[in-house]
Design a protein around this ligand. Structure first.
Ligand code: NAD
Length: 358
């Protein structure tokens, strides 16, 4: 045991109900929390499923709101809050990915509503009290215990419908939570164990999901990894990688999950020599000898976009992106400088193998 071991571990009080078909237990979970008027929040494509859930809840459902948008624009948050108020909702049931869950959190931040989340992607947001709201083109992240879901129902029958081009990058988003949980400010031995197991589950299942998108077994394994990733993220927090992705998403409008998939090998490489023990455990969970190279190969294997250029970033934007990402950096094991970040972004722009000479 390392004599310098020192940490604070705080368990987040989320009830987790996991298993294929578990969404059918929603009524019991609603009753368990004493919810009387739940507003279901979802995307237009999931509206009919949300309506069927509302019908099953009968008088305990107040309505369905389907105006969900990525990165939770303030106008959408305000519309959702107004609808919750109008209906006298005492809970939000979010059926969807991080965007639907993010809207439920935005409502819970201002109104006294409980959240039940039924995630349909691997983003991990359902296990955290963190939320990003976009106002005047800037995405601001906040953490508040009022936004933590009370109950999460993980049903892999909901994620098995994800097309491979969404499932793979979404899984790499979860992978990023696991990787950074090892060295983020709130890292603890227990969260590192969760993250390690999450990496193993995701590394095994994501390639299968790309080859056999309807595999319920692989979807269940990936969702298990996503749960662990969300728990690790919610407890340990984030470092350089998430700061880079928040900058690229919030200020350059790059898509969330694919940006994580592109950036993770480079941000891991940036930190590799600063946290050798963590990198050894990450590599071992991936089943490779070098963690950043293994993440790069996995991203290629699942068919994620290969570079920031492919995601639509302009080369002329790299200087500003480096400036923004290096300003007010999140705590990170290797010091963050504008010059080093600019070099990292150059490699990511071209999709070079991390560590390879330019
Ligand atoms: P998303 O919720 O925007 O969904 C992505 C796309 O997939 C959408 O078009 C959606 O309609 C579709 N989709 C979702 N589930 C599907 C399914 N089962 N089958 C078919 N299509 C489906 O994407 P996301 O990556 O889950 O979430 C991204 C958002 O979540 C970002 O705003 C990000 O900041 C936030 N997020 C927050 C946290 C946190 O802890 N606060 C963690 C991760 C992500």
């Amino acid at each position: 045991m390392d004599a310098t071991l020192s940490f604070v571990q705080e368990g987040l009080p989320v009830r987790v109900v996991f298993g294929a078909g578990r969404r059918r237990q929603l009524g019991d979970e609603v009753a368990r929390l004493g919810i009387e008027r739940a507003l279901l929040i979802t995307t237009p494509s999931k509206r009919s499923m949300a309506e069927a859930m509302a019908a099953q809840l009968g008088g305990r459902a107040a309505g369905v709101f389907d105006r969900v948008a990525m990165h939770v624009p303030i106008e959408i948050a305000q519309a959702g809050r107004a609808e919750a108020l109008r209906l006298g909702a005492d809970a939000c049931i979010a059926l969807g990915g991080g965007s639907a869950i993010g809207l439920a959190k935005a409502i819970a931040l201002e109104q006294d509503v409980a959240i039940i989340a039924l995630p349909t992607t691997y983003a991990g947001s359902e296990m955290t009290a963190i939320q990003g709201l976009t106002e005047d083109g800037v995405k601001r992240t906040r953490r508040d215990p009022r936004m933590l879901p009370r109950t999460v129902i993980y049903d892999s029958e909901l994620t098995v419908t994800l097309p491979p081009r969404v499932a793979g990058p979404s899984g790499m988003n979860a992978m990023a939570h696991c990787v950074e949980a090892f060295y983020a400010e709130g890292a603890t031995p227990l969260l590192s164990l969760a993250a390690e197991e999450g990496i193993r589950a995701l590394a095994e299942s994501l390639p299968v999901l790309v080859d056999q998108p309807t595999s319920l077994e692989a979807s269940t394994q990936a969702l298990y990894g996503a749960w662990l990733a969300g728990m690790a993220l919610g407890g340990a927090g984030v470092a350089l990688h998430h700061k880079l992705c928040h900058t690229l998403g919030g200020s350059f409008d790059l898509p969330h999950a694919t940006t994580h998939a592109v950036m993770l090998p480079y941000s891991a490489h940036y930190n590799r020599d600063a946290v050798p023990d963590a990198m050894a455990r990450i590599a071992s969970a991936l089943g490779v000898s070098d963690a950043p190279a293994g993440l790069f190969d996995l991203a290629r294997r699942i068919g994620a976009p290969a570079s920031l250029e492919e995601l639509g970033l302009r080369h002329a934007d790299l200087d500003r992106a480096a400036e923004l990402a290096a300003a007010a950096p999140y705590p990170n094991p290797r010091p963050v400088t504008r010059e080093d970040i600019r070099a990292l972004l150059e490699d990511a722009f071209h999709g070079r193998r991390p560590g390879a000479a330019a």
